[in-house]
Design a protein around this ligand. Structure first.
Ligand code: ZN
Length: 187
């Protein structure tokens, strides 16, 4: 069972290097990206949406050309463990999610996904074994059309200087920059 041209072993090693530690969600994310890319073979390029900010964006960034930085990957946080790849022009694509209803044969995955046990109590080796054994069986795959609002077109804006902080920002954001409008990132 390959994950986007990597053996599971190589992928696990790569994800630890990229992510900083082993995360089950990133191994599962590898399978999700594998399934999604298999379903997008007719497209030369595609954009990505990730519905969870945890783990999944890293799987997409490791295994596809889509990154947050190049704008081809957008995180739209619905809290659901799902990704979508789609054609930028038409919005047509595929959504892959982890399907909780298919986890009965895989109790370790179920316990992890539904947070039925604490992290320290999770049997990591058994969890990995079950994820690999499950292969592509635990995912729901659906054809989707991404709404135009989420297709990631940048609205070009001229640049202004904020009258409060003095830094450059997109004029379209308002009279002053978003930070000075009350986005309190720093104390
Ligand atoms: Zn400002």
């Amino acid at each position: 069972m390959m994950i986007c041209n990597y053996t599971a072993e190589d992928y696990i090693q790569k994800l630890v290097e990229f992510h900083g530690n082993f995360a089950p969600g990133l191994l599962i994310g590898g399978f999700m990206v594998e399934i999604a890319t298999q379903n997008m073979k007719q497209y030369e390029i595609y954009d990505a949406i990730c519905e969870s900010p945890a783990c999944l964006p890293d799987a997409i960034q490791m295994l596809t050309p889509c990154t947050v930085g190049n704008g081809w990957l957008k995180i739209v946080d619905t809290g659901r463990f799902a990704i979508a790849l789609y054609d930028k022009k038409t919005g047509k694509g595929v959504r892959v999610s982890l399907d909780a209803s298919r986890l009965e044969p895989y109790p370790e995955i179920k316990k992890w996904f539904l947070r039925l046990i604490r992290k320290q109590e999770q049997d990591k080796d058994a969890l990995i074994a079950q994820i690999l054994h499950a292969g592509k069986d635990i995912y729901a795959v659906k054809d989707v059309i991404i709404s135009e609002n989420y297709r990631g077109k940048h609205i070009p804006s001229s640049i202004a200087f904020c009258s409060i902080c003095g830094e450059a920002y997109p004029e379209i954001d308002g009279k002053v920059c978003l930070a000075c409008q009350g986005m309190k990132i720093y104390e």
